[in-house]
Design a protein around this ligand. Sequence first.
Ligand SMILES: [Fe+2]
Ligand SMILES: [Fe+2]
Length: 196
Amino acid sequence: MWKQRILDFAKNLNHPAWGFSHLQRVHDMALRLAKEENTPIDEEVIFAASYLHDVGALEPYKKVGVEHAVRSAEFCEEVLKPMGFPEEKVASTKDVILGHMFYVSPELKEEVIIFRDADILDYLGYIGIARMLAMVKHDDWTPDMASAIKLIKSFSTELPQELYTSSAKTIGHERALEMEMFLMGLSTETNLLEML
Ligand SMILES: [Fe+2]
Ligand SMILES: [Fe+2]
């Protein structure tokens, strides 16, 4: 069954921020948002996109100079058909993957918007904080703790504005508050972040 084949592949994707658990969370959040929004989505497309959308950011699949969403879309074209995934749904899956970057404006297609919101929400709240801290020294974004905290701060204010659906906006607002609380507490305990 193609779903099991995708899961078997995705389970081996290890990364503190873009590994298997991120993919599971994005999948579950996309389904939740679709339900709350009463938006019809193709759950098979969302499933495939969830577990393959960040593969292009990971070794050994990433390609130098190729944006990770572009590489992930290319990769899914290569692997989905041999896995038995419905051929007629590959194009929609690629659209969802290409549209997931938070700095890309999604086309007005339900799955793209829902999926993009789900991926953005994983950068927010307690889970967003945990992911950014787990990335310290793993990524150019976060060479040290101070840079991770800076990123958390900017995500907490900028990313909620990027959300499209009202359900995601509600969750994003709560998660931004969680981040604000964390940043305030951290600031108090580290002499205004001087002793991080
Ligand atoms: Fe991504
Ligand atoms: Fe992602």
